[in-house]
Design a protein around this ligand. Sequence first.
Ligand code: TXA
Ligand code: MG
Length: 312
Amino acid sequence: MLIALDQAVSRLQGGEIVAIATETVYGLAARIDRPRAIDEIFFRKRRPQSNPLIIHLQYFEQISRYLSPAFENERELLSLSQAFWPGPLTLVLPVGDSSIPDSVRAGLPTAAFRIPAHPLARDLLQQTGPLVAPSANLSGRPSPTNPEHVEIDFGIDFPILDGGPCSSGLESTILGWYLGKPHLMRKGAIGHKELERVLGKPLFEIGGKAVQCPGCSSMHYAPRARLITDPNQLWHIGVVVGFEDRAYKTKGNARLFSLGSIQDDLRAARQLFAILRSLDAMGIEEAFVDLDLPKWGLWPAICDRLTRASAR
Ligand code: TXA
Ligand code: MG
């Protein structure tokens, strides 16, 4: 059910949850000071309590209220925020005393923050204050990049603040600091080279217990259709998630679910989750996924999502 901005505001103020448009994917939002609504997010998404939520803010200064005084990387925080906010970057920061409910942080001493760029999300945040929002999909399913995807997972009566199709289509890139060094915790809509350019130093990759992103488990983003990545099976499967400028040899005519051109990472990112969901809509049971992807731009993030989607 599509609702207008003023309705979304009054529902959120009243302690309800609402799906909202952002430039990355749709989010399932609640006010940070409405604990029952936050519990409902976990319940409706079937999300484990051990997986913390991102706090969405309207402007940078709102962070200072939460940030731990022990945080030592303020200059890097400032550079990143100036370069990428508002936008698809999430920063994991140590938080102080905390006005952030335990459930939002999953008991961690850190919390994740993002300032979205979508104009509708910004108008909303101006009226509601900080909102927590995970992606508006059932846990494990592909993230929603348009209102229809939200309706498929939560029903046609679920309230959705409609901002059209998401312009990025991949979730935000997540970065955090560990032992004073910046670490990439989730690949996403901003490529790691862009982050390194702004930081002026290499990013460490996630690894080891201390810098885990609890939600980045191997199985994720999966359609019901089985996704096969072994090229030897392409011939007999016949259904391909791939690219229009590549040839796929199969026993009959290959049925292509196209991510666009192998030259165009932005377009592939924008379509990725819609294509995965369309396999289910078309009743496909098995598809080969072309994972022979370039290493530049958003391709590593796209490869990450497709690899997780094919994990069983
Ligand atoms: O683009 C996005 O980030 C979207 C839109 C709605 O903003 N949101 C999103 O939320 O992707 P979600 O919940 O699907 O993914 C958030 C990820 C999870 O993997 C979670 O484990 C991680 O962020 N996360 C949240 N707080 C964290 C923390 N304190 N430390 C490490 N990882 C954290
Ligand atoms: Mg998610």
